[in-house]
Write a protein that binds this ligand. Structure first.
Ligand code: SIN
Ligand code: FE2
Length: 199
């Protein structure tokens, strides 16, 4: 996609059975919720997390939190299937020894979108972002280091993984409004797993 950014088509397919089961177990403990931005808007994407640090937003701002604020207890642990998939994808993209401590789980239902943003709440910008797509296809917008850089558009399908780091680590990105549909394994939704080294 750019220097430091690659798209691994279908890379997660061989992990899908375990990963989908593990998502179910996480969501049973830490349900999806629509978080509120500092500006007071409820996000169209519903979110939860697993791992030692979970990305959260509320009226006070964005942060990583060891606890699920809705439950007052730690986020579910990161499953072995998640860690293995993220590490292999990062290595395939040229980033050895990726050991994420945070996995944000995004659920898009038809119409949900994510506006252009940078992932910049992490302490260690040397580690890449590994972003796994499951379920309904989405149009991923991948721009440059400036918000005004015109984004490229990529159709991300079930099993595709985008990895960006190095010179692309702070590139703007987002997701166009999800088109309606029915996925054979995931139903009427797209799930995205975003792995990061947060701390
Ligand atoms: C994100 O940037 O957090 C999500 C990207 C995606 O859903 O593909
Ligand atoms: Fe992001």
């Amino acid at each position: 996609m750019a220097e430091g950014a690659v798209l691994l088509r279908g890379f997660a397919r061989s992990f899908e059975t375990d990963v989908i089961a593990d998502i179910g177990a996480i969501v049973a403990q830490a349900p999806f919720r629509h978080m509120v931005t500092p500006g007071g808007h409820s996000m169209s994407v519903a979110m939860t997390n697993c791992g030692g640090a979970g990305w959260v937003t509320d009226r006070t701002g964005y942060r990583y939190d060891a606890n699920d604020p809705a439950a007052g207890k730690p986020w579910p642990a990161m499953p072995a299937s998640f860690r293995a998939l993220a590490g292999l994808a990062a290595a395939e993209a040229g980033f050895a020894d990726f050991s994420p401590d945070a996995c944000l789980i995004n659920r898009y239902q038809p119409g949900a979108r994510m506006s252009l943003h940078q992932d910049r709440d992490e302490r260690d910008l040397g580690a890449p972002i590994v972003s796994v797509s499951l379920g309904l296809p989405a149009i991923f917008l991948f721009g440059g280091l400036k918000r005004s850089d015109k984004p490229q558009r990529y159709r991300l399908e079930h099993g595709d993984i985008a990895v960006w780091g190095g010179p692309a680590r702070l590139n703007f990105h987002g997701v166009a409004p999800l088109a309606d549909g029915e996925h054979v394994l995931m139903g009427r939704q797209r799930i995205n797993l975003t792995f990061r080294k947060a701390r």
